[in-house]
Ligand binder design. Structure first.
Ligand SMILES: O=C(O)CCC(=O)C(=O)O
Ligand SMILES: [Fe+2]
Length: 414
């Protein structure tokens, strides 16, 4: 293993009976192996996790004891698109507060995956996919596709050749300032092959606005957008999960599709034992790998939520008869690109970045389909969490009640 989180994420050590002395063998570099005790490896692991939580700077805030929201199901467009909710500009928050609703669907409800509605799709191993088949209107998606085509992004081929033109299969990135700095740092370090670093653009107003909108729908925060360009149906992405250590312990990745409708194939890494519904409605015992396919329409958003990289693989398989190109924008949170060790990462940690707040519905509300909301906290350094929560309470829409802090990742220094 290169990093302790690789095995700690899988909790392999828990499989051993107590009383065993466990040693971890880790690559020091590509020639040497070092040995670590289980305690030391656990400590390193918790430093990684803390590093990610601090880097994201998200405070979890629960909203509880509330009545159900009166608004209709969320289509992922967010409140500003609908002009609803309570404006929090007084707090310097540029997002409208809104407790939206998202219908639940079980992965076996095949017809729901094709009915054109948005769902929180529940899968085995406590996995979630958020599916917005019409995240963007046709016109908006057309405009974004046009914008993408006219932008002079450098698309890099998998072989590392960078071309200004869109080629057979291209990738490009847009990322935050900090992310770019880390990447530059990595290039300077010469710790990686420079040809493997993708060309990246800085965030600007349209990409930031789009990212915020996707964050809202994804219930998560991001700092980078990656583009994948598929010239036609012969261009594919094979089975993989996005589990690179730069993405943190359980990354959430949102994927916005433009252009040709291609299938998104999702399959479990292991067999699932349970009762399944047959086509004729009868039930049978299954002990198989689960396969799920979603049609990635022009303007659709598929969010690979919690546990989706841990327990599942995804792919965009080849499709005959597709001559139209497709561009996919994946939204990710990168905190570690360019760092070889946690010491180096911690030394470069950005403590100045703005806090985000995730207002999480209480369990009772969540059962009623209420969903979390992401807010930017005010930049005012004097505001403490308690004060922020008190002010938020006053701004919550009528009937929403109290807010309270459930757990805080990363702290809030006022
Ligand atoms: O094109 C897609 O929808 C998927 C892309 C993907 O899986 C990736 O970039 O890791
Ligand atoms: Fe992927």
């Amino acid at each position: 293993m290169h990093e302790p989180h690789k095995c700690h994420r899988l909790q392999l050590c828990d499989l051993f009976p107590p009383g065993h002395a466990i040693q971890h063998l880790m690559w020091q570099d590509h020639r040497q192996i070092k040995m670590l005790s289980h305690v030391d490896a656990s400590n390193l692991y918790s430093r990684w996790v803390t590093y990610f939580n601090v880097a994201k700077r998200v405070c979890e805030v629960a909203v509880w004891a509330l009545q159900a929201d009166r608004r209709g199901p969320d289509d992922g467009r967010g409140a500003s698109a609908r002009g609803e909710g309570t404006s929090c500009t007084e707090l310097g928050i540029n997002l409208t507060l809104r407790l939206g609703l998202l219908d639940l669907a079980d992965w076996q409800d095949e017809e729901k995956l094709r009915d054109g509605k948005a769902y929180r799709l529940k899968l085995p191993w406590d996995t979630e996919l958020l599916w917005y088949p019409h995240f963007m209107s046709e016109t908006e998606a057309d405009e974004l596709e046009d914008l993408r085509i006219t932008m002079t992004y450098f698309f890099q081929t998998p072989s590392g050749v960078t071309q200004e033109t869109v080629n057979r299969k291209g990738q490009a990135r847009i990322c935050s300032e900090q992310h770019a700095q880390n990447k530059a740092h990595s290039a300077k370090d010469n710790s990686r092959d420079k040809s493997q670093l993708y060309v990246s653009e800085k965030m600007d107003s349209w990409s930031r606005a789009l990212m915020h909108r996707v964050e809202h729908a994804s219930e998560s925060v991001f700092n980078a957008i990656w583009f994948n360009h598929y010239r036609d149906g012969t261009v594919t992405i094979h089975w993989h999960s996005d589990g690179n250590e730069g993405l943190g312990p359980d990354p959430i990745i949102a994927s916005l599709s433009l252009g040709a409708t291609r299938d998104f194939a999702f399959k479990s890494k292991r067999e699932w034992r349970g009762l399944r519904k047959a086509n004729d409605g009868s039930m049978f015992h299954s002990n198989n790998i689960i396969h799920i396919t979603l049609p990635l329409f022009h303007g659709s958003l598929c969010v690979m939520g919690k546990n989706s990289q841990r327990h599942w693989l995804h792919a965009v398989p080849a499709m005959e008869g597709i001559h139209r190109e497709r561009t996919n924008l994946t939204f990710r949170f990168w905190a570690l690109e360019g760092f070889e060790t946690i010491d180096a990462a911690e030394a470069q940690a950005d403590t100045q970045r703005q806090f985000r707040l995730r207002l999480t519905p209480s369990q009772r509300l969540a059962q009623r389909r209420a969903r979390p909301v992401i807010l930017d906290a005010p930049r005012d350094a004097k505001t403490t969490v308690e004060e922020m929560l008190r002010r938020l309470e006053n701004l919550l829409p009528p009937g929403l009640g109290e807010v309270g802090m459930v757990g805080m990742a990363g702290g809030w220094w006022g």
